[in-house]
Design a protein around this ligand. Sequence first.
Ligand code: ADP
Length: 494
Amino acid sequence: MILIVDDNPDNIYSLQKLLESKNFKVDTAQSGEEALKKILKYNYALIILDVQMPDMDGFEVAENIAGFSKTKETPIIFLSAVNTDKRFITKGYDSGGLDYVTKPVDPDILMLKVKTFYRLYEQTQALKDIQQTLEREVEGRKQAQKELRSKVDYLHTLLESLPQIAFTCDHRGNIGFVNGRWFQFSDNEHTFPQTHPDDRPIAAELQESLESGKPLEMEVRVKKRDESGYSYQLLRVWPILENGENNWVGTFTDIDAQKKAEKEKDEFLSIASHELKTPLTSIKAYMQLLDRKLKLDKGCAESKYVNRVQDQVEKLNSLITDLLDLSKIDNGKLGINKKVFSLERMVQNAIDSIVQTHDQSNMELYRQGDISDLMVYGDEIRLEQVLVNFLTNAYKYAAGTEKVIVDCEVMVDFVKVSVIDFGIGIPESKQPEVFDKFYRVEETSFDFQGLGIGLYICSEIIRSHQGTIAVESSAGNGATFYFTIPLNLPTDAK
Ligand code: ADP
């Protein structure tokens, strides 16, 4: 808005009309006092000020305006009927005024000046707005930085208090923060601890996680700085999304003692099962001799006791065989000898041996699916072991039910062998774990004997055939255990 100050209402009227015709908003004052009051109350883009007014002349008004911080920058155009005198002009400029127009006013010249000042005013306003926005922005950023700093400090204090080695790194893998324990394994905060020659370097493993955005979890042997060898650590690195970018927090947890205990246990199992196997093989052989001898003596009552001993020896034998297999898996020595063989023969052999060892059971065994001509490539003995295991479990966990079904389904590029029983079943929440080492479903583990390693061995055997193994079940509704193996025979066997 423009303020016109003039003691002559006619002058005000003509100037107001002129400015309003050019779409400017206009306010007016008829004396210096009135003008000052308005100037203090409102904001004006420009003041057009008559110099000669009674009581307070235009220069005095301008001096007053220049004295207030709110108004000192407001541009002024002085209007004077008589004084183009240099003394007055200088006085005008000293008072903070910016230009001078003589009366009678040439409307074109006045408009030119008004427009220039108005544009200047608008630009100054715009600059002020930008400055204010920038100031607010800077303030906001300072605040955000302060908050971030305090969050980071909190995280660092937290990491420092952990009993583990802890660190943070950015999305490129550059280490940011390390806690005090870090220096047990690394002499500086920029490089990861050195790993055992047989383990992959941590930076390389981490790189893959950073690229995929997935957490990293690995067991790794890292070198101790006191030169006393390597220590087993569980390394976990997790992404944390911060400002739209993934930063990572990692910990090393000492699992050295646990690893040593595991190794000792594995060694013990391996030695114990070997040592047990030798006398057991002799017992089996002598029992067979005894059995044959007693069978010659028809009607001999001791014969059935010998059969029971043989059954128990067979159970003991299969437990020890499982333990031996377990230690072979742990040492990576579970031998798999693949050949082309008839799947039908393998399935029938497994069924025969199960039926023979469960001749007291009332369960009927049924078959589904025709695989009479199917040749597959794999380790026949190991796959039979898997099927025998499924069937043994079915007879054990579905004892007292009427039937068990062996179903063979040939698909386009794989064959699926399932054992379906109608026994106690497995709750859904427990199913993912049944193939884990030593896992037994807690609710039923007291009612049935077992070590919880059979299915683990099965899963390792199937894994080395590039197949799949799974269970479908629900508590109380029986279980279907199945495995699949691919049907691609080696080219020279087709
Ligand atoms: P084990 O039978 O010696 O305990 P396995 O490894 O063969 O060990 O089986 C692991 C667990 O899975 C068993 O303890 C049992 O809880 C469950 N399980 C296996 N087969 C069946 C089945 N057919 N029905 C119900 N539960 C089963």
